[in-house]
Ligand binder design. Sequence first.
Ligand code: C2O
Ligand code: CU
Length: 468
Amino acid sequence: YEMRNIRLLVICVVALASCTKSTPQRLAEEALPFLETRPAATGRVVEVHLVASPTSLELIDGRKLDVWAYNEQVPGPTIRARQGDTIRVHFRNELPQPTTVHWHGIRLPNEMDGVPGVTQPPIAPGESFVYEFLARDPGTFWYHPHVRGSEQLGRGLYGLLIIEEAELPPVREIVWVLDDWRLDESGQIDSRFVTRGDLAHDGRWGRVITVNGVEAPKIELGAGERVRLRILNAANGRVFRPDFSRLDAKVIAFDGLATARPLSAEGLELAPGNRVDLDLVAPAKPGEQVLIFDRFTRMPNLLAILQAGDAAPDAAVAAPIELDGFVPTWRGAEREGVGLEFRLNAARGGPYGIAWMINEQAMFHDTESPVSEWHEPPYALEAGKWIKLRFTNESPRLHPMHLHGQFFKVVARNGHPVDEAHWRDTVLVRPRETVDIALVPTELGNWMLHCHIMEHQDAGMMTLVAVR
Ligand code: C2O
Ligand code: CU
């Protein structure tokens, strides 16, 4: 009899202990150690001089194209640092309009985020600004203007920001920056930006597709060589679905951060803003070619040709690339309530005739310098608290929703739980779809939440979330 009582008592105590911890608290605790870890500073400072200016470059198929570029390159120079380094960018604006530089996906102090009227005044033509931050998170990130994105990105302003792991995998790296170009009759960049047509559809889609500024480049690798392929979609609106099914390819990082395990590359989609790192093995036979097509649209587009050269040295074939990632499982997330809902839709009006909105509100960047009015965030999140956010797409268009300053995970689509084994900073919300994401905000400040289709963004599809 006594034994039974004691057993009952033990069971009660155990049950009580696990009851006192609420599910959101348990979910937060699963991710916080990872999110709050800071790398040891290396003491090294990576100094970069970056100038945005109009220039003329041989691009696409070698034609002279009038572009706007960082350091007269499209894509702009790849900024590389090691985790724990300090990055200091001396930026000068030589464009005919104000601009800022936003560091997409990486966590940094809010005042370095490059958002006009939120974290800094726009940088007027002829003016300079110094961006400085610690490279906390290793991975594939990028930079681009946060002013008049349709025109400024559309004319060629974007570049990669690569933060190397303290210990780099022993393979060669290749980067692919994907973009598309809308040209006019003269073969130059069509200067009609944020058109009615763009707004009624999924932004500005151009017919000419490039990888690193070149149309369908032939890329030579050692036969059977293993490489780390970092891909960025820098297009204004186009979604890419690169088909690697004829090769041994695994996703090892998404939106910069390492996946929980290598993932299949089948059906891999990159919405504007998304990045992916692949562990890719080149064709095995010297001379063999594999064509990589984009299959997002019904008509496949040729992206690039992978060609095997001479047999790669054994060392270059080596073991699969291993990255050190942590992704919470967040089991039970589907049973938690939605903390905030963002309904996505459009209405007639606004400066472009159609306004894209989040919960019936449109937000516009004030590009006059200095900023007369600073934006106040309509939404607030509590730091360290797990929360579920819902995007409800009430429109028939695509919206790749991007949150600055925090990493999130998709936990449900149309009410069905999904368990993506990776973090994100941008998620594609399809027509009429509902996407639930979860996060534990850890970075304080006022952060943008917006559609990464530049035309939707310019036409109002932005809001601000404060993390306190
Ligand atoms: Cu890549 Cu606010 O954006
Ligand atoms: Cu959109």
